[in-house]
Ligand binder design. Structure first.
Ligand SMILES: [Ca+2]
Length: 401
């Protein structure tokens, strides 16, 4: 991504600020109806999760495609080889995971503290107002849509195969991979070992301590490397340790990633086909409902107790279409026929009037990937934009259009 230093700095700051505010969209006091689990969120929040989910997020915080992409500088790096807490951590992980202590220490002693990692974990010092319009403009734009078209054309057969296997349509997988990493272009440049060790042993003070979460992910990373024959010092990812095209955290990769190209190994960094299958499986395991829409157009009631009622559950699908109507929300014709429950999702637009959509269980499923309604709508709408462009360039009309 070529930008002038000034533009790049402003862009990064803007992205960070927006994501810091947008990322906390999920209302955390409303547990999903069937999801009693509560796990720490790497942003410092506590969150709930879908029932079948190993609730740990597939990835952490913001899409890598919006993270700072510079290589960590040498000045950032301090070896953990001389840290006694690192040696203690190695012993603990080796015991708890039944790994060879000498091997674990040989790995952790090569980890380096990265000063920029704790900084990136901190919330923005001056949060800006949430702004769906600005968020949308970053993701649904010409370059990303065309990259999505190219990706779709290259992998049409595998996208269809994933849809058949997991019920998740091509445009949603295309939306996730486009928002996460711009189709593999921005997968993060931190060594995962450095990121996870830094966040385990030097989690920033000043926000809720999530070092235990990252210790678990560090352990999962070590296991993953052993299982897949990877050299742990040579695996790169985001500053939070998310890896590959879909930015899976290590625990999610171990539990949910699939070898979808059939070469006998799971590789989310070098195999976009493995990424396609893994994203589809992740969403399927987190409640995706085959054949259902992600969201519908809706006009909310005027500010009132009815509007408050509809907004209280936040993104958790709670209301039947009839209940939405009873509370004064006007759904699209398709939304009125929705077979399941809906949520009235409110997205702020800075100082302008908010936007609203009626989110389905599938909208909620996307937020299990990244806990933001802004993220979920960007995924859905990028996928839609790519789909329309694929069909336009193919000279065909989309069904229903
Ligand atoms: Ca594979």
């Amino acid at each position: 991504m070529t930008r002038s230093p000034m533009a790049r700095t402003s862009w990064l700051l803007c992205a960070t600020l927006c994501l810091a505010s947008c990322g906390s969209t999920v209302r955390l006091d409303v547990p999903p109806a069937t999801a009693p689990n509560t796990t720490p969120h790497p942003t410092g929040q506590t969150t709930t999760s879908a029932p079948s989910a190993e609730v740990t997020e597939a990835r952490a915080i913001e899409p890598a495609s919006l993270q700072e992409q510079r290589l960590p500088s040498r000045e950032d790096a301090d070896s953990y080889a001389t840290r006694t807490d690192a040696a203690t951590l190695a012993t603990e992980l080796a015991q708890s995971l039944s790994l060879d202590p000498a091997w674990v220490w040989s790995v952790l002693s090569q980890a380096r503290f990265q000063a920029s990692v704790p900084k990136l974990m901190m919330p923005a010092p001056t949060p800006t107002a949430k702004n769906w319009g600005a968020y949308r403009a970053r993701f649904i734009e010409t370059k990303r849509v065309q990259a999505g078209v190219d990706f779709w054309r290259t992998h049409a057969a595998e996208l269809k195969r994933a849809e058949d296997a997991y019920g998740v349509p091509a445009h949603i997988v295309v939306g996730v991979l486009g928002v996460e990493t711009l189709y593999g272009r921005n997968m993060g440049r931190y060594r995962v070992l450095d990121a996870l060790t830094t966040l385990t042993l030097d989690f920033p003070r000043g926000r809720s301590d999530r070092s235990a979460y990252f210790k678990t992910e560090l352990g999962a990373f070590l296991l993953m490397c052993q299982e897949q024959g990877l050299d742990p010092v040579r695996v790169n990812g985001s500053f939070a340790g998310a890896m590959g095209w879909p930015q899976f955290m290590p625990s999610s990769q171990r539990k949910l990633a699939v070898d979808f190209d059939g070469d006998g190994r799971i590789d989310l960094i070098n195999s976009p086909v493995d990424a396609i299958g893994s994203v589809a499986r992740y969403l399927a395991e987190h409640g995706w409902q085959k054949g259902q829409a992600t969201y519908y157009a809706v006009t909310p009631p005027e500010p009132s107790s009815s509007l408050d009622t509809l907004l209280t559950p936040d993104i958790l699908p709670t209301f039947t279409p009839t209940e939405m109507a009873t509370n004064g929300a006007s759904l699209s014709a398709a939304g009125q026929k929705h077979p399941g429950l809906l949520a009235l999702v409110q997205l702020h637009n800075g100082g302008q009037a908010p936007s609203y959509v009626a989110g389905t269980a599938n909208f909620y499923a996307i937020t299990r990937y990244n806990q933001s309604s802004y993220y979920a709508l960007a995924v859905a709408q990028l996928g839609e934009a790519v789909s329309k462009e694929v069909h336009r360039q193919n000279g065909r009309k989309l069904p229903g259009n």
